[in-house]
Design a protein around this ligand. Structure first.
Ligand SMILES: C[S@@+](CC[C@H](N)C(=O)[O-])C[C@H]1O[C@@H](n2cnc3c(N)ncnc32)[C@H](O)[C@@H]1O
Length: 328
C-alpha cells in the first residue's frame, strides 16, 4: 500500500509541467530517479502516448518499481545506471533525444525505511548509506579512513554542521581504538560531542551529519553537476527538464545551470542579437516552486522541495552549447 510517506512529491504539478512535452505519439520520458516509480506511474497512466525510461542506481528500487509498473509492458524500460550516464543510456536504447527529463533528487523513503541500508540515524544498523550497495565505499569506511580535514569539509559543506571540526577530531580519535561500524556508534559520538544546548535546537543532533555522509558516500553533488547539463543536451525542441531538489546546494546548482541555459549571452550595449546567441531554453517555472501547507502536512518530505523547470526553444545544433565539450 502507498502510505503518505511514500507519496510522490508535488505529483500533479510535476505531471502538468511534463505533459506539454509528452503529448505527441511516441514521445519519450526519462525519469532519472525512478525510486518506487510513483512519478513514472502517473506519467504512464495519464500520458498514454509516452514511453517511459527509468534510471536508478539502486538495484532494489529498480526491482520494486519494475514489479509495480509491469502492467505497462513495453512502454516502460528500467535501467540500472547513475544518472550522469544518461547520454549513454539514451544512446544505448537507439534514441537520438528524449522529450522530457525528470529528477526527484536524494534518497527515497524506501531507502530510509529499510534498516539495513544504514541511512536512518534512528535505527541501529551497519553504517552503509550507499544507494547502490554493489559498489563504492560505505559511510563506515569513509569515517574510518578520511582525514579530519576531509571530514570537516564534508560535515560543514553538505551538513552545514556548526561543530564540524570538533566532530571530525572526535571521529579520528575514536577510530584509532574502535573503528566505526554501526549507526549507533556514530550517534553515540555525536551526543557526546555536540554541546547539550545545541542538541536541544535544530532537530536531531545526528540529522546533519547523516545527511552529509550520505551526500559524500554517493558523491551526490558532483554527479548532479554533470547530469544537469547532460539532461539539457539530450532534450529536443519543446522538450522539458524538471527538477525537484531538497538541499540548498542542489537547488543552487540547478538554478545556476538553468539560468545559464536561459540567459541571452550578448553584451548589453549590442544593438542586435547575433545569430546563435539566443538562449536555447526558456524558464517554465518562475523561481522555485514549493509545496503548500496541505501537502507538507500529508507528506513531510515535501517541506524542503524546490521545483524548477525549463523548456528547449531552439534546436541543439543552432544554439550555443549548454555543456562545454558535449557536441551535438
Ligand atoms: C526521491 S527518490 C525518487 C522517488 C520517485 N520519484 C518516486 O515517485 O517513487 C530518489 C531515487 O533516486 C535514486 N538516485 C539518487 N541519486 C541517483 C543517481 N545519481 N543516479 C541514479 N539514481 C539515483 C535513489 O536511489 C532513489 O531511488
Amino acid at each position: 500500500m502507498t502510505t503518505p510517506r511514500h507519496a510522490p512529491v508535488l505529483l500533479d504539478r510535476v505531471v502538468a509541467l511534463l505533459a506539454p512535452a509528452l503529448e505527441a505519439p511516441g514521445s519519450v520520458y526519462l525519469d532519472c530517479t525512478l525510486g518506487l516509480g510513483g512519478h513514472s506511474e502517473a506519467v504512464l497512466e495519464r500520458l498514454p502516448h509516452t514511453r517511459v525510461i527509468g534510471i536508478d542506481r539502486d538495484p532494489e528500487a529498480l526491482r520494486m518499481s519494475c514489479e509495480r509498473l509491469a502492467d505497462h509492458g513495453e512502454r516502460f524500460t528500467a535501467v540500472h545506471a547513475v544518472y550522469d550516464e544518461l547520454p549513454e543510456v539514451v544512446a544505448s536504447l537507439g534514441l537520438d533525444h528524449v522529450d522530457a527529463v525528470f529528477f526527484d533528487l536524494g534518497v527515497s523513503s524506501m531507502q530510509l525505511d529499510v534498516r539495513e541500508r544504514g541511512f536512518a540515524y534512528a535505527e541501529d544498523a551497519p553504517l552503509d548509506m550507499r544507494m547502490d550497495p554493489t559498489t563504492g565505499i560505505t559511510a563506515a569506511e569513509l569515517l574510518n579512513t578520511a582525514t579530519a580535514q576531509e571530514l570537516t569539509r564534508i560535515l560543514r559543506e553538505y551538513g552545514e554542521e556548526k561543530f564540524a571540526s570538533k566532530i571530525a577530531r572526535e571521529v579520528v580519535r575514536r577510530r584509532e581504538t574502535t573503528p566505526f561500524s554501526t549507526s549507533a556508534d556514530l550517534v553515540e559520538l555525536l551526543y557526546a560531542t555536540i554541546p547539550a544546548p545545541a542538541r536541544r535546537t535544530g532537530g536531531h543532533p545526528a540529522k546533519r551529519t547523516f545527511q552529509a555522509l550520505r551526500m559524500a558516500v554517493n558523491d551526490e553533488l558532483a554527479v548532479l553537476r554533470r547530469a544537469i547539463p547532460a539532461s539539457l543536451e539530450v532534450v529536443g525542441v519543446g522538450g522539458r527538464v524538471v527538477v525537484e531538489s531538497y538541499h540548498s546546494l542542489e537547488d543552487r546548482l540547478v538554478k545556476r545551470a538553468f539560468a545559464d541555459a536561459t540567459r541571452l549571452d550578448v553584451p548589453p550595449d549590442l544593438p542586435f542579437v547575433p545569430e546563435g546567441a539566443e538562449p536555447a531554453f526558456r524558464l517554465v517555472t518562475r523561481g522555485a516552486e514549493q509545496a503548500d501547507e496541505y501537502e507538507i502536512a500529508e507528506n513531510p518530505r515535501a517541506a524542503s522541495v524546490r521545483l524548477r523547470a525549463v523548456e528547449r526553444v531552439r534546436p541543439r545544433s543552432a544554439t550555443r552549447s549548454t555543456s562545454p565539450g558535449v557536441a551535438r
